[in-house]
Design a protein around this ligand. Structure first.
Ligand code: SF4
Ligand code: SF4
Ligand code: SF4
Length: 330
């Protein structure tokens, strides 16, 4: 079966990915703006009330991990940050089915990382270190992930978990995070500049080496039935796919891209001169390249709707409670 490179209207894989990523980035900025306005009201700086956007809890993965431990042990859904827990589970579910397409299409940091890669490649700086250094550096994100899991799962008692979940600090954790970025300390600024420079010099530096969220999703992506397949007979070993891969995968020598790093972004396929060399497979069957990204987004929307309908998204805490704690702590 011949599978076209393009969607109707000549939408290339890169344009397809960038369009979806841009929509999610714009949505995140809108959420950030609404939340900022909410914090102005909650901290008493204005009397104009802006409802708190629950989606902001997507940026609280540690709180979500704590809520997940509570859910598994007590079967109670977190009422303080319900959207954070739902979002966390949605991202994991997407990884089960569509590899790390959450990183490739939905997470706004993935787009920023892509921009840094683009700047790096224009300046001829963006490098992938030798394989053994690459693996060593990847250990950092797995170590951070293991540390959090060890603390939350093995070191904290259920009583500790409950007291942390109900603490004022947890209630305003998203506000604290906003303050962190709105009023960065000198150290924070230096770290951000360092990440910026490293992101230009080393391909997808933050995502590949430091992000524990991506590390977790990568592990779940190992169960995904969808992957990129390289047809050896078609391959002319030009190496373009390896150069284009934001995850630094040696696509030109592997038969199946079942790496924990594969984002399903299809950039390898976009640059491949051989039309049928790199294909997306579901099990052994080829499927169209855009099913991967589209499937991840559709699954995201469906699960979000389900979470919303089942009451697993909107916080039921009275808005005045937020105001009391924001005025005490912020
Ligand atoms: S690795 Fe982390 S920061 Fe990067 S796209 Fe994935 S979740 Fe986002
Ligand atoms: S771009 Fe295509 S032809 Fe070139 S090495 Fe990669 S898979 Fe082979
Ligand atoms: S192997 Fe292809 S689909 Fe996977 S991350 Fe690399 S470029 Fe994207």
């Amino acid at each position: 079966m011949k599978l076209s490179h393009h969607l109707p209207g000549s939408i290339t894989p890169v344009r397809f990915q960038r369009t979806i990523q841009s929509i999610f980035l714009l949505y995140s900025i809108w959420i950030g703006w609404r939340f900022y306005q909410f914090t102005l009201w909650a901290s008493g700086q204005t009397d104009i009330y802006t409802p708190r956007p629950d989606s902001v809890e997507a940026f609280l993965p540690i709180s979500a991990l704590i809520s997940l431990r509570d859910l598994i042990q007590t079967h109670h859904w977190d009422v303080i940050h319900p959207a954070g827990l739902s979002f966390f589970l949605i991202a994991i579910t997407i990884s089960f089915f569509f590899r790390k397409a959450f990183c490739g299409y939905i997470c706004p940091v993935g787009l920023i990382s892509g921009w840094l890669n683009w700047i790096g490649s224009k300046l001829h700086l963006s490098k992938v270190p030798p394989r053994w250094i690459d693996y060593l550096l990847q250990l950092v994100k797995y170590s951070i992930l293991a540390f959090f899991i060890w603390i939350v799962v093995f070191r904290m008692s259920l009583a500790n978990i409950h007291s942390l979940m109900r603490s004022p600090f947890n209630l305003v954790a998203d506000g604290k995070m906003l303050q962190f970025f709105l009023h960065p300390s000198t150290t924070t600024l230096l770290v951000l500049v360092g990440l910026f420079v490293l992101g230009i010099g080393l391909r997808s530096f933050w995502c590949r080496y430091l992000c524990p969220y991506g590390a977790l999703l990568g592990l779940f992506s190992k169960f995904s039935p969808v992957y990129i397949n390289r047809e050896e007979k078609q391959c002319i070993h030009c190496g373009k796919c390896r150069l284009a891969c934001p995850a630094g995968i040696d696509v030109d020598v592997r038969e199946k891209m079942i790496s924990t790093e594969c984002l399903g972004c299809m950039r390898c396929r976009a640059v491949c001169p051989q039309e049928e060399c790199l294909t997306v497979r579901l099990g052994d069957s080829p499927i169209r390249w855009w099913y991967l990204g589209a499937g991840a987004v559709i699954m995201f929307m469906l699960l979000w709707l389900i979470a919303f309908a089942l009451g697993g998204w909107e916080s039921t805490l009275p808005k005045d409670m937020f105001r009391i704690f924001y005025q005490k702590i912020m």
